[in-house]
Design a protein around this ligand. Structure first.
Ligand code: SAM
Length: 203
């Protein structure tokens, strides 16, 4: 219970996504971290500041025609190049592992309750985000955090994708009967916002 309060209090003090790694470190939930939706690896590199044992980046780097799953509209050769560069970087940092595949497939490779922290920044539609939350919730350890990006955005940059992150997060905690006290959002502070759900014992 004390740990619950400590982590929740620390979550509530966050003002920016960039502060998350330090919070994870201070709360001692910084060993196994996952980011779902990596693209060039900016968020992944930021997570290294938590001083983790392992940071795993999950992305399909796939030129699917669905703009919610290929938001930059890059071609397959361009996405392959993006992956190759990051893969090359990961060869020289033993803390980084990349898993190339669909979120819903890759999540099955993990044991339940394995990760301290999972950050979702992939398909931002209501259905996509809700599915990712369900895939990854079981992988998060008790006392860990499931989180994600773009809580405040209504569409992607070119306006082609309707974002449903807020509605998905609210539906998820309602469906799972998770206390709204465990949900913290970081809103409108120089970023498009993040949401974090603390997983208490018993969930
Ligand atoms: C907004 S970008 C991620 C940005 C990154 N988190 C950062 O901080 O720079 C979204 C990424 O999610 C990936 N993605 C979208 N849907 C996916 C899915 N179902 N499975 C795996 N990756 C997916 C896309 O390939 C894209 O690279």
């Amino acid at each position: 219970m004390e740990i619950t309060m400590r982590t929740l209090e620390a979550m509530k003090k966050l003002t920016l996504r960039q502060e998350i790694p330090q919070m994870l470190k201070e709360c001692g939930i910084n060993q196994y971290l996952i980011e779902v939706g990596v693209r060039w690896g900016f968020g992944l590199r930021n997570l290294l500041q938590a001083d983790p044992t392992l940071v795993i980046g999950v992305d399909h780097w796939n030129a699917t025609r669905n703009p919610a799953q290929n938001d930059t509209n890059l071609t397959q050769p361009q996405l392959n190049d993006m992956y190759s560069r990051l893969f090359h970087e990961s060869l020289f940092d033993s803390r980084i592992r990349l898993l190339r595949g669909k979120s819903g497939d890759v999540c099955k490779w993990f044991p339940r309750l394995w990760a301290d922290f999972v950050y979702i920044d992939a398909d931002h539609t209501h259905e996509g985000c809700l599915a990712d939350m369900a895939y990854w919730w079981d992988v998060v350890a008790r006392g860990g955090i499931l989180a994600g990006h773009d809580y405040n955005l209504a569409t992607n940059k070119n306006g082609k994708v309707d974002f449903g992150v807020q509605t998905a997060v609210r539906q998820f905690i309602e469906d799972r009967k998770i206390s709204s006290d465990c949900l913290v959002t970081i809103e409108n502070k120089g970023d498009s916002g993040s949401w974090l759900i603390y997983k208490i014992n018993g969930e």
